[in-house]
Each structure stands twice: as structure tokens, then as C-alpha cells.
Design a protein. Structure first.
Length: 184
């Protein structure tokens, strides 16, 4: 399996890092793009380093590299996940504005009818944010906001983060035990 992961300049970069860790644990080939702003947020919000993320990623790309292999439809991937997804990136993807490697990879994913998961991290949402999400959903993207559930009774921030990562892995059909599934 081959997955592109984009980490953009929104709060919640820990979601992207945890996803890469879990994909790595499952021997999934990862192609990771970290926006310049996300690099600053990683430093501000976490104790992780860019070097660590590069170390656990199969391949990494500069967000301004429009010649990267991930920007071609002939490069087969199983899915692209943008987590967290800033509203700027969401707008660019929804409106076909592929001006960097993240938005271009998403554009290719949509045009090739492959799995695109967008995990927006913003609150509250403006109408235009919702409309952009609706437009992407109409094109087949899966909108999976970073909204952790609480029915599994999380006791830490890590468990709340893992809930979202588990949901993404479920969509990718990757077995995981990151959260207790709903039971009646």
C-alpha cells in the first residue's frame, strides 16, 4: 500500500505525525509533504522534529516541488490524506488551485478517482469553509474533521488523537486497535 500524507499549517499537526507513525508500523509506504508553516507549528505545538518525521517516512517532499513524482497521475497511490488540513489548503483543493505539491497531489488524487481524506482542523467554520467541504465531498473526497469521539472514554489527549487516526485507518481498511469500537 502507498499513501501520500500532507501536513499543512493548521493547529493539530500531531494528527499527521501520529498517522505517519501508524502507517510506518504497518509497513505502508508513505510519501510525506510538510508545508513550511506546518514546520513552524510542529516546533511550536510538539516536541517532535522534522528530522524524526523524515526518518519515519518512506519519502518526503518539499511543498514547492511541483516536479515531484506524487504530482503525476501515472504515480499510483492508494490514498492521499491531508491532516491537519488548513482552510487555505482546503480552499485550494476545492477550487482546483494546485499551486504546491500538497494541493497538486490532491488534485491528481481526485482526477484519478482515488481515495482522498481531508481532515480539517478549524473552529468555528464559515459558510465558505462548509461549501468547500461540500464541493470536495461531491467529488468523492472523504471529509473527516479532527473531532474526537468520547464513547470510548478517552483518558488522555493521546487517546483522543488516536481516535481520529483509528478512524482514518478504518477508512483505509488497515486493522487497528487505536480506540474501542462502538458496542451496545
Amino acid at each position: 500500500m502507498r499513501v501520500i500524507v500532507g501536513i499543512t499549517g493548521a493547529s493539530g499537526v500531531i494528527y499527521g505525525i501520529r498517522l505517519i507513525e501508524e502507517l510506518n508500523k504497518n509497513n505502508i509506504e508513505t510519501h510525506v509533504i510538510i508545508s513550511d508553516v506546518a514546520c513552524d507549528i510542529i516546533e511550536y505545538e510538539t516536541s517532535y522534529t522534522i528530522d524524526y518525521i523524515k526518518e519515519i517516512s518512506s519519502y518526503t517532499y518539499n511543498e514547492n516541488d511541483l516536479f515531484a513524482i506524487i504530482n503525476s497521475g501515472s504515480f499510483k497511490v492508494d490514498a492521499t490524506v491531508i491532516i491537519p488540513c488548513s482552510m487555505k489548503t482546503l480552499s485550494a483543493i476545492a477550487n482546483g488551485y494546485g499551486d504546491n505539491a500538497i494541493t497538486r497531489a490532491c488534485d491528481v488524487t481526485l482526477k484519478e478517482r482515488r481515495t482522498l481524506i481531508i481532515s480539517p482542523r478549524e473552529t468555528p467554520l464559515r459558510t465558505i469553509h462548509l461549501e468547500n467541504m461540500t464541493n470536495l465531498s461531491r467529488e468523492g473526497a472523504i471529509i473527516l474533521p479532527a473531532m474526537p469521539g468520547f464513547y470510548h472514554k478517552p483518558e488522555s489527549i493521546e487517546e483522543q488523537v488516536d481516535f481520529i487516526i483509528g478512524k482514518i485507518l478504518d477508512i483505509l481498511d488497515i486493522n487497528n486497535n487505536l480506540f474501542t469500537k462502538w458496542k451496545q
